[in-house]
Ligand binder design. Sequence first.
Ligand SMILES: [Zn+2]
Length: 533
Amino acid sequence: MLSVPNWLSKGALVPAATIEKVRRGGRNSGLPYAKCSMREAMILRLFNTLTGQLDPLAPSDGKALRMYACGPTVYDYGHIGNFRTFLHIDVLRRFLGLIGVSVRHVMNITDVDDKIIRNAASAGIPISQYTPPFVEAFFQDLDALRVQHPEQIARATEHIPQMVELIERLAQAGAAYKTDDGSWYFRLKSFPEYGKLSKKDLAGIADGARVDLDEYEKDSARDFALWKAAKPGEASWETSIGRGRPGWHIECSAMAMEYLGDSFDLHAGGEDLMFPHHENEIAQSETATHKPFARHWMHVRFLLVDGRKMAKSEGNFYTLRDLLLKGYRASAIRMALISVPYRHQLNFTFDGLAEATKAVERLRTFDERLRSNSFAAGENPALQALAKEAQNEFMEALANDLNTADARAAIFELVRAANTAIDDGRLLSADRDAILSVLKDFDAVFDVLEDHDDEPTRRAIEWAQGSGREAAIAPELLARESLDHEAVEALIAERIEAKKRRNFSRADQIRNELAEKGVILEDTKDGVRWKRK
Ligand SMILES: [Zn+2]
């Protein structure tokens, strides 16, 4: 393990070589020691699909980690499987931030492909009108889940010249050929390393066998379309290689290299993209540049729903919006989708989502308990050690291939022990500060402590009401939402008045009315606190 132990003791001297060697691919700054925090000496070891092992991940230019992640194809609303991938890439970004690594993250938006063209045609509108609402919905959903935005968003339809130029380079190298209908294909036989990412044995590839679908079946590696000749009624561009539109794979190669250079640090995406999409990206890019494309490849595993593959035909297919309209909170969905490490299969269930809801609630209650109570001055060495241990375990777990399950477990162990210490009166003010600092790091990655849940729910309801989907809104949710913040506060004020007037039946009536709408009241010595169930 390359991480440095006891990283909590900031300002300690770490051999510069230790940091430099890993961070800058072997080059040394020449300084014997670099003064830096131990945290910043921490190295993330991430599984690399290309090498089949855990490799240290660090910016090769010593400045910012250049990473590309395949974004959405905007033909529909995102489902929870899509968002599992985006959430784990968010965990990666946030953990890198926590250990002081800056990131230059590029994500594409595929706004032209087979499915988009088909759907736009059946809706009777051009693709330029069909995709914008789905792009907007995608970013709203990312915001609901508190996924940080990439530094650069690249839309396929805005990068046609770069794609055409790349196809021309491939043609000059003899790796691309034009067919009679005016389409262009990549000649698989021109790239002998084809299959090195997915480790597929592709010995039996028939030279010249072609496929023009953006997505095609595994085990049928064929020459794939780089450029599809214009067909009547389809979106197309007039270019030097003819009139047509790009294939899906060329988009990502062209846009990744446009913003990150020929070679960059990390390429990420869902496991379903490994073959053929990522394999094709490597073939196109490395044939054109003769340089390694991405050094490190991260693939997030699929999720199952109730033990089965998620599919509309199975009736177990959920978008984020479906879950919000059932009354689940965005924070609980985030928690449920990130709590299982990215390389493990997550079996998504409603029991699991209920557990995640309770877990978020428990953390928020604990955080509130630390912040709202006053603790005697001083520190308890046992609790100080416990906080430090939890923080170490949290960081080490994430540094070890982003093990979110172990990271989460370390924090819940601390919550359990600290709650007991508060009950026993053993927790002192300096202990509270130490534990709050651990929670701060936890939340820098998990981001569930602060309650931002009302807005995504309200927006999902408005969206459903505005698009004829009222039937999807759970009745309990509508009842709950019929009371906004001010209305709750007004009823609580009325209840206080009623109690003063010794009108206890009215006070109880208000409490019950609120409870029916999911608002729980808690009478404390500092007054009434309330929360939504
Ligand atoms: Zn891609």
